[in-house]
Design a protein around this ligand. Structure first.
Ligand SMILES: [Zn+2]
Length: 344
């Protein structure tokens, strides 16, 4: 399997995450990639290739232009205000207030474009996000060129990023960028299967009113899990997209049997849809030891997930999302893609 990777992810090395009332080192850290690379090396799995550069147009196809411009300038705008720390939002256009005005002050724009407060903007975030979408787009190009599957080792992840919002460690929605690119290159229907522990709120939002990109997300019930305000079962799409959004929220303590039943439902539905491309938002924070999640999957279960997905026999693009039990992220990630690869 071709695996696309860029060292530029290291530019995203934020120092702070707002968690439990404290600023702590982010759970989403560069070491996650080191463990994945070590596992690839150990098993001699796949072939690691660098990304090509695709420019910003594929990002503009799914994200708001002003949002992109905000992100590009964010670090220099923030530094110009003379603050000592990293850019952490602390004010939002919340309920009972107006969201039709983008204020001029950077503090306010930071909140306007943020969906939550845990993710700080830091030096190098823009460069890493640009490289991450290039990793995803290069992996897509491999599949478009006839590879059965490819794996974009994206960091930062993408599935929480909405049309004009960052958060949950995500800035550009890599899966959405790639899905749109595939559509623009002539693939009629694209399915996105999000197996990260958290709901893929950004991906859902971007394609919610469309029938040409079908979205499935298996995740922690938003009553109990981030991002809390989206991801309920009754969200089924709207307009042309009615019936093309599928959420499978699962309760705290969910083990693999229940999780796999949800996967089976999603795979059946994707099989009926007959997409020309399957994109897998691959998070491994469903793991039993994940520090910020509450499912009980074991390392061996990830092999089965890969095998089950391979059963669809579709061109498949894996994109890395979350997974924060850092020392186990490599094993669990490569278990998934190698499980797929060995049974395709
Ligand atoms: Zn996650």
């Amino acid at each position: 399997m071709k695996i696309i990777y860029s060292d530029l992810h290291r530019k995203r090395q934020a120092k702070t995450e707002l968690y439990g009332g404290e600023l702590r080192p982010p759970f989403e850290c560069p070491e996650r990639m080191d463990y994945i690379l070590a596992e690839i090396d150990k098993r001699k799995f796949g072939e690691i290739l660098p990304p090509k550069e695709f420019g910003i147009d594929p990002v503009l196809a799914v994200h708001d232009k002003a949002y992109i411009e905000f992100l590009e300038r964010a670090w220099s705008d923030w530094k110009a205000l003379g603050y000592a720390g990293e850019a952490v939002p602390n004010v939002w256009p919340a309920r009972r207030m107006r969201s039709d005005i983008v204020p001029e002050h950077f503090d306010a724009r930071l909140g306007y474009y943020a969906l939550a407060g845990e993710t700080s903007l830091s030096e190098g975030t823009w460069e890493a996000a640009v490289a991450s979408k290039d990793v995803a787009l290069t992996a897509l190009a491999a599949v478009m060129d006839g590879e059965r599957a490819a794996f974009g080792l994206c960091r930062p992840p993408g599935h929480h990023a909405a049309m004009d919002q960052f958060g949950g460690y995500c800035f550009f929605n890599n899966a959405a960028v790639v899905a749109q690119q595939a559509r623009d290159q002539g693939i009629e229907r694209v399915a996105i299967l999000d197996v990260d522990f958290h709901h893929g709120n950004g991906t859902q939002q971007i394609f919610y009113d469309r029938a040409d990109v079908q979205f499935h997300s298996i995740h922690g019930d938003p009553q109990h899990a981030f991002p809390h305000f989206l991801g309920f079962a009754e969200e089924k799409g709207e307009g042309a997209g009615e019936g093309h959004n599928f959420n499978y929220p699962l309760p705290p303590g969910t083990g693999f049997a229940e999780w796999r039943a949800a996967l089976s439902s999603a795979l059946d539905e994707i099989n009926r849809y007959k997409p020309g491309l399957l994109i897998v938002s691959l998070g491994v924070d469903t793991f039993e030891k994940d520090p910020i999640s509450f499912f009980k999957l074991t390392s061996g279960d990830f092999v089965t997930i890969g095998q089950d997905i391979a059963g669809l026999e579709m061109p498949t693009l894996f994109l890395m999302e979350g997974g924060y039990a850092v020392e186990d992220v490599g094993v669990n990630t490569i278990n998934t893609v190698s499980g797929f690869w060995s049974s395709h």
